[in-house]
Design a protein around this ligand. Structure first.
Ligand code: GUN
Ligand code: ZN
Length: 447
């Protein structure tokens, strides 16, 4: 391999990474090449070949490939975090109890202090944390402040990551200090401006998500306005749904005429194929059918659900109805941006369900890995672009240090299911060597 590296370096057009290659393009399906390789064109940002290294090397002889140096590696698609709150990272592990008091006591003060200056300082660090954990695509919320969100977008652009993000919108019980009737027009105007500036920017890596927080802190007019703007610009919408029983009670009080929580969003036109709904733990069959009918997607955030005592997602019920489901760290309710940790928590959630709900199917590591890659990509409307290691897709991938995954650094000869279980249970920043977006390294571990 070394000789080849030198021989071909001169006019290298393509980059190749050799290692154990793993992806999960469909739920329950794991693809694996033991001595595999992924080759991509860094100029176009596209994967050109995936397969057995030995076979590939014969076909590639005539082409210039610069092979990545380094020890034994596992190569996976870049991880997709469909739901996190950028300003909340410092609150990781802070507070306890349930959603509404936690928001009031810990989160609103933190977001209120997340000024543009603070955002300029913290946002680059946050994006670096994502990349250091192998996350290459994320759906994020910022604060209610336009300039703070703008600074986060500028940092996102510089990071090279694939980010869908928006300014938080809330006009009921907001931390901004303005009267609700003033907030409504201002928040819509500011969100629209941010969308005009950032939706499709960064060569298409950045997209805008109109982000009404949830029905507890938004008027119907605000939610309707957000939905209309998202429609106008072909942008995303994201909000929270049915995370916690206290929240659901509050929504019932605020919208007594609605059939249920989901009906509030449906009535405001918020549900569609570019809508991402965080949590969705406590939905009736009717509500699940509405989500499926509208093709709205769900961000499953199990670490956050455990932290805030919110509950266990009925994952099989949502998936059986045809609802797209991906994973979210939901930082700061979730303590880490490490999506491997979120995958194992998703497995634990289904295990816990199965203890009291006979017949509940447990989630395998391969299935959790699908949710954290291709599943998440589909939630964010990027299923044809990223999420699996497929020739023609964009080259978003993670290179893991094989030795760092194993206790005592002993690699062993693992079957694909064993290897993905190892990744899910022991994956984290200590094992990430490099992360790539569109064939460009957005993170390289220092050696
Ligand atoms: N519901 C509304 N806002 C939030 C938030 O910031 N975090 C979580 N976990 N749930 C929410
Ligand atoms: Zn959230």
């Amino acid at each position: 391999m070394d000789d080849l590296t030198h021989e071909l370096k001169a006019d290298a057009g393509l980059i190749g990474i050799r290692g154990e290659v793993l992806d999960a393009p469909r739920f329950g399906e794991l693809r694996f090449w033991k001595d595999g390789a992924v080759v991509f064109d860094p100029r176009r940002g596209i994967i050109t070949e995936v397969g057995e290294y030995r076979v590939m090397i014969q076909n590639l002889e005539a082409k210039a490939v610069q092979w990545r140096a380094g020890g034994p590696a596992v190569i996976c698609p870049g991880l997709v975090d469909t739901h996190a709150h950028l300003p909340q990272y410092p609150a990781s592990g802070c507070g306890q109890g349930e959603l509404l008091p936690w928001l009031e006591g810990h989160i609103f003060p933190l977001e209120q202090a997340f000024t543009a200056e603070r955002s300029e300082q913290d946002s680059p660090r946050f994006f670096r944390e994502l990349a250091r954990n192998g996350t290459t695509t994320a759906g994020l919320y910022t604060t209610i402040y336009e300039d703070s969100c703008d600074a986060a977008f500028r940092a996102a652009e510089r990071s090279g990551l694939r980010i869908t993000m928006g300014k938080m919108m809330m006009d009921v019980g907001s931390y901004g200090g303005l009267a609700p009737e003033k907030i409504l027009a201002l928040s819509l105007e500011q969100s629209e401006r941010l969308c005009q500036r950032w939706h499709g920017a960064g060569g298409g890596l950045l997209r805008y998500a109109f982000s009404p927080r949830f029905a507890v802190s938004c008027s119907a007019a605000m939610m309707r306005g957000a939905a209309a703007m998202a429609q106008k610009y072909g942008a995303f919408t994201q909000t929270h749904l049915a995370e916690n029983s206290g929240e659901i009670e509050r929504v019932k009080e605020r919208f007594p005429e609605a059939k249920d929580y989901t009906d509030v969003y449906a009535g405001c036109g918020l549900l569609g194929p570019r809508t991402v709904l965080g949590h969705c733990l406590h939905l009736s069959d009717r509500e699940v059918a509405v989500l499926a009918g509208k093709d709205a997607a769900v961000a499953h955030c199990p670490t956050a659900n455990f932290f805030l005592n919110s509950g266990l997602l009925p994952l099989a019920r949502l998936r059986a109805a045809g609802v797209r489901v991906g994973l979210g760290s939901d930082v700061g309710a979730g303590p880490e941006v490490n999506l491997w940790q979120v995958m194992r928590s998703a497995m634990d959630a289904q295990k816990a369900r199965s203890f009291y709900e006979p017949g509940t199917k447990q989630l395998s590591a391969a299935e959790a890995f699908h949710l954290g890659t291709q599943g998440g990509a589909e939630v964010l409307g990027l299923g044809d672009v990223v999420g699996s290691l497929t020739a023609g897709k964009e080259a978003d991938l993670v290179v893991l240090d094989r030795a760092a995954l194993s206790p005592y650094g002993e690699p062993g000869d693992l079957k694909p299911e064993e290897l993905i279980t190892l990744c899910v249970y022991r994956g984290g920043p200590q094992a990430v060597q490099a992360s790539y977006v569109r064939g460009r390294a957005v993170y390289e571990r220092e050696v």
